[in-house]
Design a protein around this ligand. Structure first.
Ligand code: NAG
Ligand code: NAG
Ligand code: NAG
Ligand code: NAG
Ligand code: NAG
Ligand code: NAG
Ligand code: NAG
Ligand code: NAG
Length: 416
């Protein structure tokens, strides 16, 4: 009796010991797995050679792959990974020298202590994306008008583009007119080129002229400032975030459509009506042999598990990350509308690549007005920073000017 009980105890001890060892080995394995996922998503490729031999202008002419890399016309530049490149990709402008960066996104000025978020470079899986070349872009934009239209995220992109171009010309050769948050203008005088921002978070009209103060979102009327879009050579639109605001953040009281007013409406239907109004205007007013129209996809926010606060590294573990910060049906409505248009629209599909960058938001480094509550901004992006990459991709699409008449390009990164 005595002996068998002690062997049972011994067996039990052995068993417990074995399980602990087992757990330990399992933990080691999981950790290893975790690391290999990281490596997969963030391989560091030595690309210095290929990039320096890539002359954008020669590339357009023949459009052929350069030694094993696919030509950009057949490559999805939105499909890729972030690579840490502190030496190769320093920011292209100095936050303290650029007059366009708003208080909301001037992170270093507002005391952000780290700046590694500035040193990541987006690399496509299938081709080399050219570096942003401000002088080259200005040359291409000679005598042209660029308009950026949308909400504060498109203002973020405009600020980046204006800084990128401003930094390559003498400041005396720039004309700046920042009326208010609604219209902003940068002109490179020697190039007679203007880059404008027009505030319009819905693209359609938010009518505040009712006598009783009721705000009506008119789904069948374009925003009144749309007259200023006319004749632009390059147009960059966005919409999305304002449609899903709720409670006190909801900007409208009623929807208006063909003379009818409605208090409630399914948001997808509302977005669909609004987008149709926009699409109709573009199809009626844009000469697609002269104008290139871009639509930028949703810029993701970081909330919940992937909050941006105190984060200094991008999300590396792609496997466990399920970015879903925005209602999919709304994105589908936008994409479907664009696909159905007569005018070819290039889709700046930056959602996924931006989802990785939860390190790149202003977080608490936002200049606060007095008495304002402390905020953690996980929506906008520090400048210099992520929107510079959006503009680099915009530049790549302009330079390679594919999806117009080559079928291959359009299917990979346009919605045409
Ligand atoms: C990348 O390639 C270049 C040219 O072959 C070489 O000089 C450089 O040392 C390489 N860098 C790394 C980090 O391997
Ligand atoms: C492509 O590779 C071949 C052989 O490796 C080389 O001779 C040629 O110069 C390369 N072309 C370019 C554009 O790099
Ligand atoms: C946008 O990019 C994502 C991720 O690369 C891809 O899954 C999606 O199909 C793209 N959307 C369009 C409309 O091309
Ligand atoms: C990142 O870039 C900045 C320039 O903005 C540079 O001063 C800094 O040294 C870089 N970070 C690292 C770790 O090299
Ligand atoms: C400057 O560009 C505008 C279009 O944006 C054009 O109407 C005008 O003629 C140009 N002026 C000169 C001097 O080239
Ligand atoms: C304000 O006027 C609109 C019609 O212009 C009406 O539909 C709405 O009910 C009015 N709101 C209030 C609070 O009276
Ligand atoms: C922020 O991160 C640093 C480094 O990971 C850590 O030491 C610090 O405690 C964090 N601060 C807060 C308030 O979480
Ligand atoms: C794009 O390509 C078409 C045809 O190849 C050309 O006519 C047009 O001028 C180009 N647009 C730009 C902005 O380079």
């Amino acid at each position: 009796m005595e002996t068998s009980s002690s062997t049972i105890k011994q067996k039990w001890k052995l068993c417990a010991f074995a399980s602990i060892i087992g757990c330990f080995i399992l933990m080691l394995c999981l950790n290893e797995n975790h690391n290999s996922v990281r490596l997969l998503a963030f391989q560091n490729k030595n690309t210095t050679n290929i990039i320096s031999s890539l002359e954008p202008s020669s590339f357009i002419e023949n459009g052929k792959p350069i030694n094993g890399t696919k030509s950009i016309g057949h490559c999805n530049i939105f499909d890729g990974r972030w690579v840490y490149k502190p030496i190769d990709s320093p920011p292209l402008y100095d936050e303290f020298q650029c007059p366009f960066i708003g208080d909301q996104v001037s992170c270093q000025r507002n005391g952000r202590p780290d700046f590694d978020y500035e040193n990541w470079s987006w690399e496509a899986n299938d081709c080399e994306i050219p570096r942003f070349d401000g002088k080259d872009l200005l040359e291409r934009l000679r005598g042209k008008r660029v308009i950026v239209v949308g909400d504060s995220l498109n203002r973020n992109q405009w600020e980046s583009l204006a800084c990128l171009l401003y930094s390559v010309i003498p400041s005396s050769r720039a004309h700046i007119h920042v009326q208010n948050g609604l219209h902003k203008l940068f002109v490179a005088k020697d190039y007679n080129c203007s880059v404008e921002f027009h505030w319009s978070p819905f693209l359609v009209q938010l009518d505040t002229s009712q006598a009783n103060g009721t705000k009506v979102l008119r789904l069948d009327k374009l925003v009144t400032s749309a007259e200023r879009w006319r004749g632009a050579d390059i147009m960059v639109f966005n919409t999305g975030h304002w449609w899903v605001h709720r409670g006190k953040f909801r900007a409208w009281d009623l929807f208006g459509y063909r003379g009818e007013l409605a208090k409630e409406m399914d948001i997808e239907s509302a977005v669909e009506m609004g987008m149709k109004t926009w699409a109709q205007w573009i199809d009626d007013n844009v000469d697609s042999t002269k104008t290139i129209v871009f639509f930028r996809s949703i810029s993701p926010e970081h909330k919940g598990k992937y909050w941006c606060y105190n984060v200094t590294l991008p999300i590396m573990d792609e496997e466990s990350y399920a970015g879903d910060s925005f209602p999919k049906p709304v994105i589908e409505v936008v994409e479907r509308t664009i696909r159905g248009m007569k005018t070819p629209v290039k889709y700046l599909n930056i959602t996924k690549l931006s989802e990785y960058r939860r390190d790149a938001h202003p977080t608490v480094y936002v200049a606060k007005k007095e008495k304002q509550q402390p905020v953690v901004d996980c929506s906008h992006w520090c400048l210099p920073g992520l929107p510079d990459t959006w503009n680099r991709l915009l530049y790549a699409l302009l330079v390679f000017n594919t999806s117009r008449d080559t079928g291959a390009g359009s299917s990979s990164h346009g919605l045409v």
